[in-house]
Design a protein around this ligand. Structure first.
Ligand code: NCD
Ligand code: ZN
Length: 352
């Protein structure tokens, strides 16, 4: 018989885009409602490259939180070829910055300031290894000669394996993994190498990009892959293996930026994140493993205390709105207008 109720420790989101300005105000409540903490991506315009900028951004996030939410943003720095080695010690000592994000220049939204040549940041990586500050990797090559569906696998072969050999003590998270190759790499790596997995990569394969016509709201980076890869991710997420933890990569864009001749990458899932993960885990009858993936493994990886509050889900359907406000426009959320089987009934940060 299907279980109807799920009582778990309050989860954390180890990879989210909260944006800034008006858009921040539009979306932060969705994340804060379900998650106790989140690793906040630094790909703003201009990017968040210093501890001082990260702390300013953190204050803007806290100021935008709806009343009655208890949420802690964990900040990250955007790695550039100009990042100062000293910034790493400052980050480590800050108590507010928890990681550094690597974007290959040109790989995704606001990644132009990212790294072109990893060798140029070796001194920074050496400092991160010494200080125990995790490197969060957007693991794709940007070489236009490499097929878009192979960019993660090729990144692992060309860059990640050599990087791990050069910096064996560097704490790393391969973000939003999408392939069997990534699952295999992370599974055999030491405990200080982890991976986040999104809800949309657990629920969709690449057919979802073209179902009945082109589907811009399913376009994200890294792009959705074949079913065999989705099954590998689902297996990893539900395995109980502590290398794998929840990271939504919820990435809101206004409707016009998605439904365009050259649309932006990013899927918005923050409005229904834990409910979507519950649905994925239920598909393989592994709801009993959701709590470890969503609430324990990430905290343990980052050396943070597990949350003590609870979150309760019930198998009670609800309909996702067709659109949400986003700054002066709207955002089309994942599953817009469709039914969701799981609902949060307690622990949402809303008054009881
Ligand atoms: C992200 C965004 O829009 O900021 N987009 C995405 O498709 N995931 C950037 C990123 O994480 O690659
Ligand atoms: Zn992201």
């Amino acid at each position: 018989m299907k279980s109807m109720r799920l009582d778990i420790s309050r989860p954390d989101d180890w990879h989210v885009h909260l944006r800034d300005g008006e858009a921040l105000g539009s979306v932060v409540g969705d994340t804060a409602r379900q998650f106790a903490r989140a690793i906040v991506m630094p790909n703003l315009k201009p990017p968040v490259t210093t501890v001082a900028q990260a702390e300013d951004y953190r204050r803007r996030i806290l100021a935008s939180l709806p009343a009655d939410t208890h949420f802690q943003p964990l900040m990250t720095l955007y790695l550039t070829e100009a990042t100062a080695v000293d910034e790493i010690a400052r980050a480590r000592a800050s108590g507010t910055v928890f990681a550094v994000k690597y974007y290959p220049a040109g790989a995704t939204t606001n990644s132009q300031a990212g790294v072109r040549d990893l060798a140029r940041v070796y001194p920074v990586l050496e400092a991160m290894e010494r200080h125990g500050l995790p490197l969060l990797m957007h693991g794709e090559v940007t070489d236009p000669d490499v097929d878009i569906f192979d960019r993660e696998r090729v990144f692992i072969e060309r860059h990640l394996i050599p990087l791990q050999a050069r910096f064996p003590g560097l704490r790393m998270v391969l973000e939003h993994i999408t392939t069997r190759a990534a699952v295999e790499f992370v599974s055999q790596a030491p405990a200080h190498v982890g991976a986040t997995i999104t809800a949309h990569h657990l629920l969709l394969n690449r057919n979802a990009l073209f179902e009945g016509g082109i589907q811009p709201h399913h376009y994200c980076a890294p792009i959705l892959k074949r079913e065999t890869h989705r099954l590998a991710l689902l297996d990893a997420a539900t395995s109980g293996n502590p290398h794998f933890f929840l990271g939504t990569d919820s990435a809101p864009h206004v409707r016009e930026a998605k439904e365009a001749a050259c649309g932006c990458a990013g899927v918005y899932t923050a409005h229904a994140a834990i409910e979507l993960y519950a649905e994925a885990f239920e598909q393989v009858d592994r709801l009993d493993r959701l709590e470890a993936f969503a609430s324990f493994h990430g905290a343990d990886f980052y050396g943070l205390a597990r949350n003590s509050e609870r979150l309760i889900l019930e198998r009670k359907p609800w309909i996702v709105p067709d659109a949400f406000p986003l700054a002066q426009s709207t955002c089309i959320p994942f599953r817009a207008g469709k039914s969701m089987p799981w609902s949060i009934v307690h622990g949402s940060g809303q008054p009881e």
